[in-house]
Design a binder for this molecule. Structure first.
Ligand code: CDP
Ligand code: CDP
Length: 224
């Protein structure tokens, strides 16, 4: 039997990380961990409790008393915040527009990274985010950095919104993605940056299946 490994998938918003991570995890019977969902969950709680997203100490305190669980169900991964299912709520525009402020604080990241490292301890995981290959699992056996043009990423999110019956504005999405990319890349604490030993895949003109196959080939190489 192949040895269970850790697969780290990083990259900017809407590069296709979670879609391909889920496929790769299913093919390998691995656990998929969406770290962005964890940052979104604490952001949702901060907004609900009227905690200032720029107040690092208040957010740190809030996070310490917050339970976030990612639970695999037949219809996909569900996100629980203090035992409430918030899978849909964490995708709201308000959460999306504030999550990069919450996640730029070193104390918030320190606590999140510790929780994520515990989840990855036993290997057999595909974890996606911004700092997985650089900070959370720097010794991951396979590291992938997915990129795509901003135009393509905004188009993907737009089509995804429309397919779910949500209203969507392509230009607004492009601005939101660019703004989030900028904050995520420029922050001091573990910014969005490709790990030196990560394989970069430009997915702009690739299908989801092509990207997943490319990652699975890397995993196979490791197992040979
Ligand atoms: O799915 P999308 O690319 O829109 O975002 P996400 O993966 O849900 O992540 C939401 C936000 O959480 C990002 O824009 C980052 O600010 C933050 N994040 C992070 O800082 N580190 C991670 N490992 C994952 C997400
Ligand atoms: O997790 P991340 O924010 O990086 O992106 P995602 O949520 O996995 O992908 C955003 C959208 O792009 C989804 O609707 C995917 O189906 C779509 N997608 C695509 O059209 N082509 C790809 N090669 C990858 C993703």
């Amino acid at each position: 039997m192949n040895k269970k490994i850790a697969i780290a998938i990083d990259g900017p918003a809407a590069a296709g990380k979670s879609t391909v991570a889920k496929i790769v995890a299913a093919k390998l019977s691995y656990i998929y961990i969406d770290t962005g969902a964890m940052y979104r969950a604490i952001t949702l709680k901060a907004l609900e409790k009227l905690v200032d997203v720029h107040d690092e100490s208040a957010l740190e305190e809030l996070l310490k008393s917050t339970d976030i669980q990612l639970i695999q169900k037949a219809d996909g991964q569900r996100v629980y915040l203090d035992e409430h299912d918030v899978t849909m709520d964490i995708r709201s525009k308000e959460v999306t527009n504030n999550v990069s402020y919450v996640s730029q604080h070193p104390k918030v990241r320190g606590e999140m990274v510790a929780r994520q490292q515990k989840l990855a301890e036993r290997r057999g995981v595909v974890m996606d985010g911004r700092d997985i290959g650089t900070k959370v699992i720097p010794d991951a056996e396979v590291k992938i950095f997915l990129v795509a043009s901003v135009k393509e990423r905004a188009k993907r999110r737009h089509e995804e919104n429309l397919s779910k019956g949500f209203s969507s504005d392509l230009e607004e999405l492009k601005k939101e993605i660019e703004k989030r990319d900028l904050i995520d890349s420029k922050r001091e604490a573990s910014p969005l940056v490709k790990a030196e030993d990560a394989i970069e895949i430009d997915t702009t003109s690739l299908t989801i299946e092509e990207v997943a196959d490319c990652i699975l080939r890397e995993v196979n190489k490791f197992n040979q």
